[in-house]
Design a protein around this ligand. Structure first.
Ligand SMILES: Nc1nc2c(c(=O)[nH]1)N[C@H]1C(S)=C(S)[C@@H](COP(=O)(O)OP(=O)(O)OC[C@H]3O[C@@H](n4cnc5c(N)ncnc54)[C@H](O)[C@@H]3O)O[C@H]1N2
Ligand code: MOO
Length: 400
């Protein structure tokens, strides 16, 4: 099956293997949800405007509705026959008179221009207004359908709904939309050394960062996190959590317990159940595992915090985004702003920071440098056979 690079599987091969495992993760499933909950979701339907926008001809200014012919020569004094507020219904204009009108109120039938209040002088006692500036036909008139007409395309399928899309949908009266379903994700971090933030840090213990990080990564890429657990290195406890995870989720991410130690709870539990544990020719994120438990794919990521996140970015992110209808993350080519060296035989994914139009390494190489990774905004992708690069060389960068 998979060709191995020096006994290791290449990143591309492992990515293809994972993509196949995750192909069934609710891809193409769509759900109807209220617009109020649709922010950041990907539309699973294209939508046409069900009404004109604006729905009716209305005023762009607080002022006076007139017929342009009566204000062709100014100053001119007109009788004011009434006031139209936003929300009022239709009214009739009498040529040679004016109706006071507010922004958004319907233009009275027969009027064809608005004179802004600033260009007038009212005499309330006399019930008149003197117009000081001419207004051509159409002045400050917002025509029905001038934004969009009934039946015209409003949003294409695949649109990831931002506030501006919600505005357009709300404006045409849409209440519910079909969006791509969110894949359900369960996260299990493993390791007897882990304690949750909030607990005291006893000797030998560290705070669990992979659990929160993988959950956040899943959410950021369109998934719903339905379960977050932490297991110590006891296989029975882990097996119990795994049974729960596969019962509630479409895909399970674990971290830790996959390499060569004496307490590799994930590997020891999953390998006998057909799981595959191997080394991928990349750094960080070399040790990887995959399994299918009760029909649910399980991705077993290495425990080092940088390794776990880089593994997610390289293997899980593409599938989650596709399943939830989000566009693939676009890689960029950028010139290095520093020289760098890399080891041969493994694809290196260095933490980097965009720097103007270029990119520079951020943080060191160590897979434990979780604070350092927070200073990065991209991964710099160095091919396995590249060992040195100079300032100005183009590198592929993967936005985080
Ligand atoms: N003899 C060998 N040892 C190791 C190898 C190897 O090839 N031979 N590979 C190293 C590499 S590379 C990695 S990556 C790790 C992967 O190990 P595991 O997946 O078994 O992870 P752990 O041993 O459980 O943990 C590694 C490291 O990360 C810390 N960790 C684990 N989980 C969390 C978490 N949820 N939050 C924060 N930090 C976590 C853990 O304390 C360890 O320091 O193996 C190397 N060893
Ligand atoms: O490959 Mo490990 O994932 O570097 O630290």
């Amino acid at each position: 099956m998979s060709a191995m690079a020096g006994g290791k599987r290449s990143v591309e091969e492992h990515a293809a293997h994972v993509a196949k495992l995750l192909a069934a993760v609710r891809s193409g499933t769509r759900v109807r949800i209220p617009l109020s909950r649709a922010l950041h979701r990907a539309l699973a339907e294209s939508l046409d405007a069900p009404i004109d926008l604006p729905p009716f001809r209305n005023s762009q200014m607080d002022g006076y509705a007139v017929d342009s012919a009566s204000v062709a020569t100014v100053p001119v004094t007109l009788t004011v026959r009434g006031v139209l507020a936003a929300g009022d219904g239709r009214a009739e204009h009498e040529p040679g008179t004016a109706l006071k009108i507010m922004t958004g109120a319907p233009i009275p039938d027969g009027a064809d221009a608005i004179v802004p209040v600033e260009d007038t002088e009212a005499d309330k006692r006399a019930g008149t207004v003197t117009v000081h500036r001419t207004a051509p036909a159409g002045a400050y008139v917002r025509e029905a359908g001038s934004d969009i007409r009934t039946g015209d395309p409003l949003l294409p399928a695949g649109t990831v709904l931002a506030a501006r899309h919600i505005a357009a949908l709300a404006a045409v009266g849409v209440t519910d939309v079909f969006v791509h379903a969110r894949p359900r994700v369960a996260v299990i971090s493993t390791g007897s050394e882990l304690v949750p933030a909030g607990d005291a840090l006893a000797p030998g213990k560290i705070y669990n960062s992979n659990g929160p990080a993988l959950a956040a990564s899943a959410i950021a890429n369109g998934a719903d996190v339905v379960s977050i657990d932490h297991s110590d290195d006891d296989p029975d406890g882990f097996a119990e959590m795994l049974a729960h995870a596969v019962a509630v989720a479409d895909v399970v991410f674990t971290s830790g317990g996959v390499s060569r130690g004496d307490f590799e709870v994930v590997k020891d539990t999953l390998e006998p159940r057909g799981g595959e544990f191997l080394s991928v020719a990349m750094q960080p994120g070399g040790p990887q595992g995959t399994a299918v438990v009760d029909g649910i794919p399980v991705l077993a990521f290495p425990g080092n915090p940088v390794s776990a996140l880089v593994s997610f970015e390289m293997f899980a992110r593409p599938a989650l985004r596709e399943a939830s209808g989000l566009p693939a993350v676009e890689y960029e080519d950028r010139p290095l702003t520093r020289d760098l060296t890399s080891i041969s035989g493994k694809r290196q994914l260095l933490r980097g920071r965009r720097d103007g139009t270029g990119v520079a390494p951020a943080s060191g190489h160590g897979s434990h440098l979780v604070a350092g990774m927070a200073t990065a905004d991209v991964l710099i992708d160095i091919p396995a056979d590249t060992t040195s690069l100079k300032t100005g060389d183009l590198v592929k960068v993967i936005p985080l």
